[in-house]
Design a protein around this ligand. Sequence first.
Ligand code: N2P
Length: 372
Amino acid sequence: MTDPDLTQLISGQLPRREFVRRALASGVSFSAVGALLAACGKGSSKDGPAVAELGPIEKQLNLYLWSDYLADDTLSNFEKEFGVRVTLDTYESNEEMAAKLLAGAAGYDLVLPSSYLFPVLFAGDLLAPLDRRHLPNWTNVAPLFVDPAWDPGNAHSAPWGWGLTGIAYRSDLVRPAPESWSVFLDQNYRGKMTMLDDLRDVIGSFLRHRGHSLNSTDPAQLEVAKQDAIAAKRNLKAYLSAPVKGQLIAGDVWIAQMWSGDAAQAITEQSAIKFVVPREGSMIFVDALVMPRSAPHKRAAHEFINYVLRPEVAAAISDQTGYATANQAAADLTKIKVPYPTDEELALLEYQTDLGREAERWDRIWTEIKAA
Ligand code: N2P
């Protein structure tokens, strides 16, 4: 990317998507690109074209979702009922997914970002508005998730569920129970611990450990978080997200930074696994389905959203994944009640927010941690 690119973008001579393509090709991180677009006043897609009329349902649907976020029969039942073939690609972090979309990956009909990513997706002009006329089951959405700050009027998204980041551990092998992020600095567990392969979770947890916001952009605070993360890295077996479950169940990993639902999935197979929110506090997230502008099967995408908004479909997803549903009607049907955070825990939880231009600093620090 060159300065003339930026000038052309501002004057409207360079389309947003071409700007994004060039910026990423020249090594600028996706979040920094989002910040640049937002700063140039190109940050809103709410002025986009009105919702186009959708034709008949297509025969194909391409999903790009977080791994382990569906019930076994969610897709096969949809395929059978609607006569649509579904393909599923998965990702392990918001950053992995956003980099792919911003780099121009086309062909996906629905993706499932966390709320903090919305400013970047809007800035990249990546999202198509949803047509509520094709979502009669919308009324099942819990009031808490209606009209969120990150997507006013839910114009571009349908809430899926929410969860927390915490520590999953083998209570039969680890004593005393971990209660602080500092457990990852404990050499006694060297080689038996993992942290999420996610810069927001790793750096964020060490920021909380030192009493700071997990959205901090303060260089001095971030420097200390980096040093802590590097010290912890010496004790880690790996950075591994959802796929660590098998190792925790097998006992190869004893302590893992983990998302609540994935921990719940592991607990169903090994009851000695426990999940704790560290005393310094942690992150809470909401994930929501969005439809890229480039989605080739927009009617099928709407039918799928409407399908997962059915109480019984959303309940089955919540039961199997351990994530709390954003569907009010489904919450009454779930067999496994996902425990809502206690008031004490809630006071310690923080939503991740977009880092703006400082995302670049975070990216640099993460690269340094990974290279250390
Ligand atoms: C699903 C993980 C989703 C949680 N496996 C991260 N937002």
